[in-house]
Design a protein around this ligand. Sequence first.
Ligand code: AMP
Ligand code: GLY
Length: 421
Amino acid sequence: MNILILGSGGREHALAWATAQNPKCDRLFVAPGNAGIAELATCVPLDINDGEAVVAFARAEAIDFVIIGPEAPLAAGVSDALRAAGILTFGPSAAAAQLEASKAFTKEICDASGAPTAAYAHFSEAAPARAYVQAQGAPIVIKADGLAAGKGVVVAMTLEEALSAVDDMFAGSLGAAGAEVVIEEFMDGEEASFFVLCDGEEALPLGTAQDHKRVGEGDTGPNTGGMGAYSPAPVMSEAVVAQTMEEIVRPTLREMARRGTPYQGVLFVGLMIKDGKARLVEYNARFGDPECQVLMMRLGAQAFDHIHAAAEGRLSEAKVHWANDHAMTVVMAAKGYPGAYKKGSVIKGLEPLPRSSTQMVFHAGTAFAGEEITAVGGRVLAVTARGDTLQEAHRLAYEMTRQIDWPDGFLRSDIGWRALG
Ligand code: AMP
Ligand code: GLY
């Protein structure tokens, strides 16, 4: 098959890495890709949010299958454009991707399907939102309805924080994403990410992971896209997975199908677990980044078979072959991230590092400047390893980070602290 993957992050490098190992893969293109992806695929400078441009490229290169990595092309209807053109595509329609693009929509689906989640109210004006916050008290969670690149959620521990978040969002601090605001009950507990492939009807659990969203050691400082992850997440016991499938995932998929917008793609189920019971925090319509890196590291080439089966509506025949292993990824980010950071610094020491089924440096924000690899993003590398134990994965991943010579980068040295004890 000729395969096109859309995206340029560590997630897409991991997807390309797993896909390239699968014997079904003939030619592999990634748009726009990055310096690491260029080692195993042809990178093409496409505007991935432009459905017509993606369809035209797919036709010109006889692409058999398109895998959409990030949420922006999903929300922009690129999967709809591809399917309308008769091109097999992995990723939900724009209508189904509302599960990520609108928090109010997700809450509506939870109400309709009875999925356990935080109590909430939905506002389009500041005054009633402020009154609601005052009546509920803190802690409380204020969320912009739309896509806000990870900046749309304020977990307010005090009333003042909550009120100023409401005021900021309605004053337009997040643009159109904050024109509507969801205010939620604060949920206490341990978070985990759960990934389920969906073909519109069937659902196939693919794995669990735990992310580290805060930039600083000990989970301190501002939120990021994720500074590291490991899989599996011990808090996702068999019982919690079963409860999540039965009470959250399957009812959601039934409700989406009932509305005429069946969900096909990967459903990223963000959960809060307390006393052995999971509640939904949020859905995303894509793999997590960096969670995808640990999932792909553990699954290898079979990940592509399952993704392909989801796109073709064959998940009822699919079976995941799990090894009893663990994976960890450590993100190296540009100093300053998630605030302002410098671009263009040179990264050395990558060339001699292993590229194997147990150790891999996935690239996110990298580009070539001549022969040299330079940092061009906030999160730049996802240094990933697999082992029989989490301790082993941790050792192998951090050993690689020490060989990377990048004075303008930083990492968290405590990835996995919860599970490592
Ligand atoms: P979201 O973008 O909805 O995933 O929110 C970002 C982060 O905010 C989550 O990963 C949680 O850490 C936190 N969060 C969101 N909603 C809640 C809630 N209702 N209670 C506690 N924490 C929350
Ligand atoms: N790592 C969290 C996310 O991808 O949203």
